[in-house]
Design a binder for this molecule. Structure first.
Ligand SMILES: Nc1ncnc2c1ncn2[C@@H]1O[C@H](COP(=O)(O)OP(=O)(O)O)[C@@H](O)[C@H]1O
Ligand SMILES: [Mg+2]
Length: 263
């Protein structure tokens, strides 16, 4: 059995903090000495742009080093990995071509399992401790692929009035995936963009605490402009401004993830 743990960062609600959480947890894990592979599964390429500038992202689209080419050709994902420049942290970038992934998957045999098959050789090598997959804000065949390739799902939820909207759909979808992949776990819900001064932050927290059978991470990440600055500089905040509030919170969240993965 491979020791690699695969975690999908998923929520059909856009703007819930999936990409920010995926990129920062990945960087924090690598800084703690873990070997990490990030997979950008979204056509918006935000995870790719969290580490590379637009010019570099365009290069990955042109030289074929991206998830779209891997899925389309159903090849070993190892050939599509690029270095991020951070020790122990690699990535499979995305391209805007991911906009047609549902169409490309449609005609494939056993189409829910393509990503899992592409990942198999990477897992078998056992080099990575963690593979983190950033999912798009949808619930379709591609997210089905992402979940079927994962051991668990981490759900970032924005502490806003609409943050919880659609969460029931996500859980319905998760239960459908369980029919195919019965060992898939929900690692937990992580609250992002929290503003303790606002009433609905408390409301969101209380609603999530009342959900049965789902772990709510004790660490939540508060609203912090350092995150936007870090993204503007193509860096995760845990590397860009190590002592900022959100960087420290993401490091705490990462420690909690490690604890819960091994639970
Ligand atoms: N803690 C935070 N403080 C301030 N802005 C944040 C924070 N987390 C995320 N954001 C911003 O919110 C937006 C959505 O976050 P993102 O991670 O892209 O969500 P998703 O991937 O779920 O769509 C981005 O513009 C990001 O900069
Ligand atoms: Mg995103």
């Amino acid at each position: 059995m491979s020791k690699t743990v695969v975690i999908a960062f998923a929520n059909n609600k856009g703007g819930s903090g999936k990409t920010t959480t995926c990129s920062n947890v990945g960087c924090a894990l690598a800084a703690m000495g873990k070997k990490v592979l990030l997979i950008d599964g979204d056509m918006q390429q935000n995870l790719t742009l969290s580490y590379f500038d637009e010019e570099k992202a365009l290069e990955f689209a042109q030289n074929g080093k991206n998830i779209y080419e891997a899925i389309k050709s159903e090849r070993d994902l190892s050939a599509y990995i690029v270095e991020t420049g951070y020790e122990g942290l690699d990535m499979v970038p995305s391209t805007s071509l991911m906009s047609s992934i549902e169409f490309d998957l449609f005609t494939k045999w056993q189409r829910e399992w393509i990503l899992k098959k592409c990942l198999e050789p990477v897992r078998a090598k056992g080099y990575y401790d963690y593979i983190l997959i950033d999912a798009p804000p949808t619930l379709g065949g591609w997210v089905m692929n992402i979940m079927c390739a994962s051991d668990s799902i981490l759900i970032p939820v924005e502490a806003s009035p609409w943050g919880l909207f659609g969460l029931a759909n996500l859980f319905d979808f998760y239960h459908k995936v369980l029919e195919l992949s019965p060992n898939l776990k929900v690692l937990g819900i992580a609250v992002t963009k929290a503003d303790e001064r606002k009433k609905y932050f408390k409301q969101t927290l209380e609603t999530l605490q009342a959900m049965e059978g789902v772990y709510l991470f004790e660490t939540y990440v508060r609203v912090d402009s350092a995150i936007e600055w870090s993204q503007d500089n193509s860096k995760p905040v845990v590397a860009y401004r190590k002592t900022s509030r959100s960087a420290l919170e993401y490091i705490e969240l990462t420690k909690e993830i490690i604890k819960n993965v091994n639970r």
